[in-house]
Ligand binder design. Sequence first.
Ligand code: FE2
Ligand code: FE2
Length: 227
Amino acid sequence: MWNGTLVRSRFFDAISLLLPAAERFLIETLEEWLSRAGDSVDSRLGAEVERFLREERAHQSVHLRYNDSLIAADPAAQEPALRASRATDDIRRLDLATRMALAAAFEILTSLLSRELLERPYLLGSGESVEARIWRWHAREELAHCHVVVQAVRALGVSRGQRLMAYALATGFLIFDVLRLWRALCRCDIRAGARRARMWADGLTFVLRGVPSLLRMSAGWTRQLVR
Ligand SMILES: [Fe+2]
Ligand SMILES: [Fe+2]
């Protein structure tokens, strides 16, 4: 356990399992937009999208290695990891405008979590484990590049209704997937010998301490709706 308690570590591990598929979705969508838009893209935005793509590719490869070590340490995590790798299969078939709106929504949600992760020590502690350092690095880059996809979506002319729909869909998608993977990883730990009562107690403490973060993230989420 790298983050104080198993439950707290597994919360971030669950997100990590989802990230390579989510980042593949972002990369493919933005690459397609960039190649279709061609010369009509403002050169400054084009350069920012290129930087965004480089950073997401780096995140993806680091999280693939993170997930490999997770599975090497606990082979039972292979099954949830496989499910996570298919998480974006359905939405990859949607039209480009919808995918771009979803990509912007994922980036906004990621930035809300990244801010909490960097500013609230009870989420990630002050540990210097490899995983904690990966999360801080990733969160800093997410905060710095979140605006890029939002600007690209504006340049594409996606309607406000479509953006709001994507925002609601992305939120539901993320909450559902993180919770089911978190639960699956915790169940693997219980099968491997972790005490169920201890896991529940730690989980409850983590959730209760996370309430202020949830409220702040909900407020940030709502602000996006009225923009
Ligand atoms: Fe990322
Ligand atoms: Fe990102």
